[in-house]
Every structure is written in C-alpha cells, then in structure tokens.
Design a protein around this ligand. Structure first.
Ligand code: SAM
Ligand code: SF4
Length: 386
C-alpha cells in the first residue's frame, strides 16, 4: 500500500512522492480504502503480510493514518515504513494500538555529514531516539535501512554505521547501494563524487556483510539481514519481501503501486490528483497492464531466487538458464551445485547481478522464449528495495 506524502523531498529519492499536501491526506486515505474494496476479490481470505510504504506513511495526519490502519485486512505481519523525525511516543502508540507488528525505519546512515548530503531531516540522535521510542512502545520487530555509496562517504564511516546498528540490535537490517538517477539535481550536484564512489561499492558491500554477519545477523538476501542471536525462535526475515523474492502474487494499492497476480502485472499511474478523483467518482484508477509470459515469470523467479541464501531447484529454472552458464560460474567458484539445486557462493553473492547476467538467458532474444519479454522485475521494483 503506497502513501506518497513526505514532509520534504530528499535529494536522492526517486519514489512516487508528494511534498506536504496535508489537506489531501484524508481524501487520499478514502481513495486507498476504496481501491482496497475494489480489489477485495483478489485478496486471499487471510493475508500473510501487509506493507504500508511510501513516501512516508507516518507523515500522514494522525486521523487519516489511524483510519487507514484500522481498516487494513488482518495479516500475520503488518509493516509500516517510518521516517525517524516522525516517530514520537504518540505515533508509536497509535501504530501499536492499530495492530502494526513491524516497523521499517529509514536510518540511512548515522553520520551527520552524510545525512546532510542525502538531504535527510533527521540527525543521528533523532534516528537513535526514534528507535528507542519504538522499543519503548513495545515493538519487538524493527528493521533499519542503511545506504552506502553516499557522496563523500569513507569505508570507515560505513564501518561506524554497522557498529551503530549492532549497538541498537534491530531484528532486521537492509543495506542498499545508493541509486542516483541520471539527470537529477542530486546527480548533477554530486556527479564526480558519485563516480568515485562506484569504485568502492564492492568494498562497502563486503564490509557491511562481514560486519553484520560477525555481529550475529544472517545475510539471507543480497541486501537484507536478520538477527539470529539471543535465542530468538522467530524467523525474522521480512516475510513481505520474501514473498516477492519467491515470486508470490501480490496486490499493490495507491499511486504508482504495482500488482502481480498470475500472468498479469499492472501499475497504477503516479498522479495523486487523478488517483483520488477516479476513485472518488467510483471508477478504477488509470493503470497500465502487461501480460507476463511463463518464461518471464520463471526468469524473475530465477533472478530473485538467486539473491537468497537458500538453494534454488535447478529444474524449476532450467528453461531460462544460459547453456553452459552453471558450469562456467561453478568453475569460477561463484556457484555451488548440490543435489539438483544451485546456490551462489559468498563471492558470487557479492558480485550479484554480474553473475545472474551470465547465468540467465536474455529473454529479448525471440529464440529464447515463447513471447518477447514484457517485464523484468528489477530488485527495486519487485523486491520493494526496498
Ligand atoms: C520507500 S523508501 C522510503 C522510506 C522512508 N520515507 C525514508 O525515507 O526513510 C525505503 C528505503 O529505500 C531506500 N532508498 C530510497 N531511495 C533510495 C535510493 N535512491 N538508493 C538506494 N536506496 C534508496 C532507503 O533506505 C529507504 O529507507
Ligand atoms: S527518501 Fe523517504 S522521506 Fe525522502 S523523499 Fe523519498 S520517500 Fe520521502
């Protein structure tokens, strides 16, 4: 469920967001709930997960946020994304009282100079205080997001971020490489430094994975880690994102939201005004739809499955494998084959996309599949990155 509103726009962000517009929060929630109603027949009787992301859901006017949360279908895992500067004891209590089970907190970094480069509103103290407030309100499943490759960042600063995370002991950590879109104000302001950071990306990822693993976190997906120590019997992986990575169906609601059900994928248009006015007048919001061939779904299953730390059955994805690719990657020590399954080695996982490109056939080649490729689930789009 996508809530686009933010108090301010951070320089690096390329999500569908709208700054301020508080007078529109209520009507946006009305529209979301109408779309939920409209899509009801697509939803299972009992949902595994609900994810309210953004934008900044916790920036919603509290009445609107309360109304949205109290109308959500029940689910085993209900996650809300929060920005540190919006977290107060009152907000945390509201989230808890409305059945939210998990919070994803956008820390990004604990270094004040880097927060300033990202144009974040929170200082490191505010990030820490938000975390403590959530703990104080009884949240026992909190995820922290970190970003690396920030203009001006030094490896020791990422090391300090990992140390700061380990000190807080969140249940889950996401560590993302900064994506800066060409042609944006952010990219033109930091272009040279962004290019310099590219040379360090591999080092950053090694540093983060090694640090978090040494601190008792399981590196269960390329950019995601869950806590395994303290004898906690829970599976602390993000159940919501895991469903994307395992290529399950999902329904996305709100501006810019993507849904995949069977062989159909559709995306709501990004305009808040048009989304609200369509639903207010009882019509469906404008959507683009594409048909996903079986080959595309298998390709996505392979691409996303290889990001996980669990073996992937070779038979399930054999139709999209590049002939000879498995042998080549195994010979280079990037992949292991065992009992009909494949798993990337540590080195293979660190190289990530470079390995999957070698392993998977290019579906744009008509000889390779029954239909041309219509969708390529990038980690950003279908894995919720994020
Ligand atoms: C949907 S965003 C929004 C969450 C929230 N509004 C915030 O800013 O913390 C979720 C996460 O995506 C990551 N993210 C956003 N933009 C990114 C970018 N350009 N490159 C890498 N990660 C990004 C951040 O770590 C962020 O916490
Ligand atoms: S990074 Fe988060 S807070 Fe900043 S503009 Fe994007 S969605 Fe809003």
């Amino acid at each position: 469920m996508h809530v686009p509103f933010c108090r301010h726009r951070c320089g690096y962000c390329d999500f569908v967001t709208a700054v301020g517009r508080q007078s529109e929060h209520d009507e946006y929630v009305d529209a979301l709930l109408r779309e939920l109603d409209e899509r009801q027949e697509l939803l299972a009787g009992s949902l595994d997960t609900v994810f309210v992301g953004g934008g900044t859901p916790t920036y919603l006017e509290s009445g609107a946020l309360g109304r949205l949360l109290s109308s959500l279908p029940p689910a085993h895992e209900v996650t809300v994304e929060a920005n540190p500067e919006t977290v107060t004891p009152v907000l945390a209590e509201l989230l808890g009282a409305q059945g939210v089970t998990r919070i994803s907190l956008g820390a990004q970094t604990f270094e004040s100079d880097l927060l300033a480069v990202l144009e974040r509103q929170a200082t490191p103290e505010v990030v820490r205080r938000a975390f403590t407030t959530l703990r104080g309100a009884g949240f026992t499943n909190v995820s922290l997001d970190l970003i690396y490759g920030i203009p001006g960042q030094r490896p020791e600063q990422l090391g300090a971020d990992v140390a700061a995370v380990l000190e807080l002991e969140p249940e889950h950590v996401s560590v993302y490489e900064l994506e800066a879109k060409p042609g944006t104000r952010f990219t033109s302001a930091h272009g040279a430094e962004l290019r310099r950071q590219i040379d360090r990306l591999e080092e950053y990822m090694e540093l983060a994975t090694a640090g978090l693993q040494a601190g008792g976190y399981r590196w269960y997906e390329t950019a995601n880690f869950c806590r395994t120590r303290h004898g906690d019997p829970r599976d602390l992986r993000s159940q919501h994102n895991l469903a994307y990575w395992l290529a399950a169906d999902y329904v996305g609601l709100g501006v810019g939201a993507v849904s995949t059900v069977g062989s159909e994928r559709w995306k709501n248009m990004a305009s808040v005004t048009r989304y609200v006015s369509a639903l207010r007048s009882g019509t469906a919001p404008a959507r683009t739809t594409e048909h996903l061939s079986a080959a595309v779904r298998t390709w996505e299953r392979a691409m996303l499955g290889l990001r996980l730390d669990e073996p992937l059955a070779e038979a399930e994805i054999s139709s999209v494998l590049e002939p000879g690719g498995l042998d080549l990657m195994a010979a280079r020590g990037l992949l292991e084959r065992r009992d009909g399954s494949i798993l990337l080695t540590r080195r293979g996982r660190l190289l990530g996309n470079a390995v999957t490109v070698e392993l998977l056939r290019d579906l744009d080649d008509p000889a390779d599949c029954d239909e041309p490729r219509t969708a390529q689930g990038t980690s950003k789009q279908v894995a919720g990155r994020r």
